[in-house]
Design a protein around this ligand. Sequence first.
Ligand code: HEM
Ligand code: HEM
Length: 337
Amino acid sequence: MSGGRRAGRRTNVALLSLLVLSLATGAAAFAIGTLPAATVVAVTHGALGVGLLVLIPWKSVIVRRAQRRRTHRPGRVAGTALGVLVVLCVASGLLHTLAGYRVYGPITALQIHVGTALSLIPFLLAHVIAHPQRPRPADLSRRVLLRTAGLGAAGLAVYAAVEGGSALLGLPGARRRATGSGEVGSGTPELMPVTQWLSDSVPVLDAGDRVRIRDQELGLAELDGTDDVTAILDCTGGWYAEQVWSGTRLDRLLGTLPADASIDVVSVTGYRRRFPASATRDLLLATRAGGTPLSAGHGAPVRLVAPGRRGFWWVKWVAEVRVVDAPWWLQSPFPLQ
Ligand code: HEM
Ligand code: HEM
């Protein structure tokens, strides 16, 4: 096999590594809400993603060489679809990063970004199965490691150029949080977008509905307490807002719990998240934001406030808080509803 073909193989292996790591760090970016971990993940994710752009000249040679061949090329459709989806994914990631949180008609750039990232997975699998690239002992040679370091440095340099350009031009994305989210409606809860995870939607509720806390049924009057917490709601939809949330701390309502217990916070819609018992002192059942009662879209009558955790932990329209024996991590890392 000629040196040129080998170089092609390494480019493909590098592309595979970048895509797999981008998917993994993208998922981590959604899961992490605390600094400095969020910064590390977002910078790594960005550098890996734009690192794909660095490989375009090498991959173009491979694609042109494959196109020149007259023979039947298995997986050609998958390769083309993969190309389109990767371009859309990187472009929408950059659009979100530069333009900040914005709704374009029915959709946001981040929704296109995550949608294209997830839908490219089957095409990537089909393309790699059609063109397997076997690892070789020489892949661990000093020269290959140096090239990998070079690719990493190039990815970081492009990332730094994008960030620097964005800051110089004063683009809205330059003011985003470490998680990549843009600020919308801090101190003014009614300006916060109404966003739900996957298929969850705003229910029609009766103001008299009661919330079940362990074995008690409590009404709004009993839950509308005087505990205030200033916390940032950082939605994986790409926006964040800081509010003063008021209500009652969960540890006051639940009393002493066994150290190894967990609590399930369940919504009227069936949406739920599980927390370790030790987290209850930081959790608030909120009835108000910025001094005014919650709106239906933001979880009225009662929602959970989970400081330091991404928005999908902040269960809205709470119907029940249940103490369970199962460990808190025994749940899907991301809700399925
Ligand atoms: C093949 C998969 C992926 C690629 C190639 C990719 C690439 C990118 C790129 C190039 C950016 C802009 C980086 C910047 O300049 O800051 C970006 C941002 C972002 N991506 Fe991805 N991404 C992928 C998958 C995902 C997934 C699966 C998620 C979430 C589940 C995700 C979440 C994000 C977020 C939250 C940002 C904004 C980060 C920030 O603004 O600092 N990405 N991505
Ligand atoms: C950004 C990701 C990638 C894109 C957009 C992409 C796209 C393409 C396209 C359009 C072709 C030419 C048409 C074809 O024969 O399928 C091609 C060829 C090829 N791809 Fe990829 N590819 C990517 C990643 C990969 C990966 C991860 C591997 C394997 C680990 C791979 C292995 C190959 C091989 C071996 C060929 C040459 C086939 C030949 O010479 O006949 N590619 N790629």
